[in-house]
Design a binder for this molecule. Structure first.
Ligand SMILES: O=c1ccn([C@@H]2O[C@H](COP(=O)(O)O)[C@@H](O)[C@H]2O)c(=O)[nH]1
Length: 232
């Protein structure tokens, strides 16, 4: 199974089809709010019919009853991974799992992971703007432990926290890490970034890569370069 999840941050079905048509193998892709708000959940069917795996990154964050109902409907789409914000608390995350189990196709629910602290959030923003005291890594670890207690399968975190999360939550608990940049790439809006090489060294289960692949001159070549690094 591929360890690189490509973020399809596009605004039309045509862009998605053009992009994926360049690949002659199944790719693990991430569908987020940009694509979903542009095309609706219909886009999931299109991507599944092309044979690709899907992480549906809608980051649910609401009261437990609402998240449960939302997840029940998302489970029926047959995607591989869905997610919530860990900041919604343990009861909300438990409700997410209940909804997924109720909506599961043939008794098999999608994996559910929790976003800890967004990779665009720096130490300073977390302390000074969000009012969360202490080190980012400690909050990320606490959120990961909450996610595990709620029955989730893993978390979204930065590469810099993946090792510590595996230590406290176990090696089977998934770490899915965005904020990936090649050595020559600009950080852009991301704060906690790392290269694919460092992600492999830290034992990340999956990396999420958007612009470094989608905006590269040769997306297929860049994808293979990154995936080969992860599989070393
Ligand atoms: O903490 C998070 C959670 C999700 N993301 C998403 O990952 C990709 C990253 O895109 P790049 O172009 O590689 O920066 C994007 O879809 C985000 O919504 C994240 O970056 N950080």
């Amino acid at each position: 199974m591929s360890k690189t999840i490509v973020a399809l941050d596009f605004s039309s079905k045509q862009e998605v089809v053009d992009f994926l048509s360049q690949f002659d193998e199944p790719v693990y892709v991430k569908v987020g709010m940009e694509l979903t708000y542009a095309c609706g959940l219909e886009i999931i069917k299109t991507i599944k019919e092309m044979g690709h795996h899907i992480f549906l990154d809608l980051k649910l964050h609401d009261i437990p009853n609402t998240v449960k109902g939302g997840m029940k409907n998302l489970a029926a789409l047959g995607v591989d991974i869905v997610n919530v914000h860990a900041a919604g608390g343990i009861p909300m995350m438990q409700a997410a799992i209940e909804g997924l189990e109720e909506g599961a196709i043939d008794g098999k629910r999608p994996l559910c992971i929790a976003v800890t602290i967004l990779t665009s959030i720096s130490q300073e923003i977390m302390n000074d703007q969000l009012g969360i005291e202490g080190e980012v890594i400690d909050t990320v670890k606490r959120y990961a432990q909450n996610a595990k207690a709620a029955g989730l399968d893993g978390v979204v975190c930065s590469v810099h926290e993946a090792k510590a999360i595996h230590e406290v939550c176990g090696d089977d608990f998934l770490t899915v890490t965005p904020g990936i940049r090649l050595a020559t790439d600009a950080k852009g809006d991301q704060a906690r970034v790392a290269t694919p090489d460092f992600a492999r060294e830290q034992g990340c289960d999956y990396i999420v890569v958007g612009r470094s692949i989608t905006k590269s001159e040769d997306p297929v070549k860049t994808y293979h370069l990154i995936e080969d690094t992860m599989q070393k």
